[in-house]
Design a protein around this ligand. Sequence first.
Ligand SMILES: [Cu+2]
Length: 138
Amino acid sequence: MACLSFSAPAFSQGASSPEGASVYFVNIEDGATVTSPVLVVFGLSGMGVAPAGTEKENTGHHHLLIDRTPLGKGEDGADELLYGLPSDDNHRHFGGGQTEVSLDLAPGTHTLQLVLGDKGHVPHSEPVVSEVITITVE
Ligand SMILES: [Cu+2]
């Protein structure tokens, strides 16, 4: 079977995601120059947003990876797919079902990636992730 996944390996133990589901940045493009605080609006297509802990098919909650290697890559990549995302300054959870955040970011360049997680914060199978965008904070 052909694998069409382009940015994350399909080793996730999370809930299944429907084909074609996607997350994306609504209001920021790759390469944008912005000022802090940075409003980041999360888009989700093909699935629904539900608070963490909710047992419902084809739903999840948003996570924002800040200045991290792409999901599934790097030394913690496999663990993130298997056991779920850690919660720290570089892995922000929106377990209440929030769809935007106002971020305080230091001047300089930063990378952002959106990752949908299931009720237990584990990326879906297939993972539903945005592209990694790079922004410059003035
Ligand atoms: Cu989470």
